[in-house]
Write a protein that binds this ligand. Sequence first.
Ligand SMILES: *Cc1c(COP(=O)(O)O)cnc(C)c1O
Length: 370
Amino acid sequence: MSLDFLPFTRPSIDEETIARVADVLRSGWITSGPQVLAFEAALSTLCGGRPVRAFSSGTAALEVALRLAGVGPGDEVLSTPLTWVATANVILSVGATPVLVDIDPTSRNIDLDLLETAISPKTKALIPVDLAGLPVDRDRLYAIAARHRLRVVEDAAQSFGAFWNGQMIGCSGDFVAFSFHANKNLTTGEGGALVVPDDVDLSRCERLRLQGVKRYPDGGMDVDLPGGKFNLTDVAAAIGLGQLEHLTHFTERRRALARRYFARLDPALGLDLPPADFTHSNWHMFQPLLPPGTQRGAFLAAMKEQGIGVGVHYPALHLFTLYRSLGYAAGQFPHAEDVAARTVSLPLFPAMAEADVDRVCIALAKALGR
Ligand SMILES: *Cc1c(COP(=O)(O)O)cnc(C)c1O
């Protein structure tokens, strides 16, 4: 690999953030403490004052949300097959049954018409996913949830900084889970957060986060439920606080680079481009679909040869061994399977220059034999 290899993503960490982390390391308190409280307060401010609790991962936030929503054995939870497998794994973790529904081929998010037809008397909750940072239609989603009295756990792992109705995702809705994994728009290395609705006991949320422990002022404690080990560290929270200062800039840069892709990708290449949304999406990823019949493995290799990293997000999860063993099979979700087979994630991260996009577009034309 040449020195100027362009990865599909790379976090932007500034010197101030590195200094913040060094301060935490020197402070003598490196696990959950004042930095986590400050990070939660900053996230809450961004989410219109709603309560937010930090977690060790987006997966942990999703799992705790399902537990707080009362989802357990015998319940069905509806979600999409085109997502990171964490979305469905957490449904299994709480003992419930994932019921997957095909995507809308345009948005590539869950098809809300199909979603409504898949609701059964056992359905307890919905987990919509904002793939690539493009929000699921919240107005339609919550109308369906209200009609059928269902809880919603928004998997907003990819849509931190995206908007719906002029407000940041997280400002409204039921449960909203974010991920701060290294590849996400805002990172703490590993980490996540959960926006908690008003009808939920925050102390219970905190007990589910850390071993069910309730502490008393006299130094005593009690445990009344089997909580997890899902707390965020102060080291990670300090990274998050440093990142938050750049959130608007990160989103603007991603949008500008996405616009450049739309301007520079040659329509003659036969790619199916994502919706050109510059109102809602935070442009977490830029994902064209390769022309039908393209050998994706050869395409990835040809891009790598030219010094460009391309990702694949995601294989349709119902075709993984675990989900096949639950009865899912090929052919069940044709739109998700088609997108999954053809999708590629082109380089997109805030530190990229417009010239990098141009370079990707030239390499892509070459890799497709143009
Ligand atoms: C990243 C991601 C998750 C999980 O987040 P982690 O922080 O990696 O646990 C869940 N759902 C989606 C859609 C994701 O992209």
